[in-house]
Design a protein around this ligand. Structure first.
Ligand SMILES: NC(=O)c1ccc[n+]([C@@H]2O[C@H](COP(=O)([O-])OP(=O)(O)OC[C@H]3O[C@@H](n4cnc5c(N)ncnc54)[C@H](OP(=O)(O)O)[C@@H]3O)[C@@H](O)[C@H]2O)c1
Length: 164
């Protein structure tokens, strides 16, 4: 293997906060992600080279009442990838860590969901993700225009975020 992509993810967008739902989000998005990313890093350290591609989300940049667990799980993915990029820079191996950070993309996860904007169609999102992987980028917003939303979110003070 040259590239490993821990991509699996589930959401609780519809506001379910029962323990079973929250546990499933943590099991897949945090435990599942970590299990594969951890394995991938060791594998590539032994192989002396490789590429790990994780999928976070713009949702990971802030807390949100209707999907608190999902947003928190994606913040975990972002921070984990940054930490492992640092580890890769100190490792005796050439390991690239790419963070794919989508806004909204047409998929089963977003099907029928209301209140979305700038929803990327799947082929366009796939093409931009593939380009980021080929170019071994550290980070890519999907689609690129979501960089603007990320920039705006960073400027919003907590007292406003707390009222959403
Ligand atoms: N769509 C968006 O707007 C959006 C935005 C930001 C981030 N993301 C992230 O992008 C990634 C892909 O999501 P998607 O939009 O393509 O959603 P999706 O169509 O619902 O796909 C989810 C994927 O996760 C896999 N999966 C779920 N539970 C699993 C489990 N217990 N074990 C193994 N695999 C499991 C599914 O596999 P099966 O098909 O076999 O069930 C499927 O391949 C996720 O990490 C998601 O958080 C999506």
């Amino acid at each position: 293997m040259d590239v490993i992509v821990p991509n699996a993810g589930v959401s609780n967008f519809r506001g379910s906060v029962d323990w079973e739902t929250e546990r499933r989000v943590v099991d897949v998005n945090v435990r599942g992600f970590t299990a594969l990313a951890n394995y991938a890093f060791s594998y590539f350290e032994n192989k002396k080279e490789g590429h790990i591609v994780g999928v976070s989300s713009i949702a990971g940049m802030f807390g949100y009442g209707l999907s608190a667990t999902y947003n928190a799980s994606k913040a975990y993915v972002s921070n984990y990838l940054q930490g492992y990029r640092q580890r890769a820079n100190h490792a005796d191996a050439n390991i690239t860590i790419t963070e794919i950070q989508p806004g909204f993309v047409e998929s089963e996860m977003t099907e029928g969901k209301k209140g979305m904007f700038w929803v990327a169609d799947t082929p366009k999102a796939v093409q931009q993700i593939a380009n980021a992987i080929k170019r071994e980028k550290n980070h890519a917003y999907i689609t690129k225009r979501w960089r603007l939303v990320a920039w705006a979110i960073k400027l919003i003070p907590n007292w406003i975020l707390n009222k959403i």
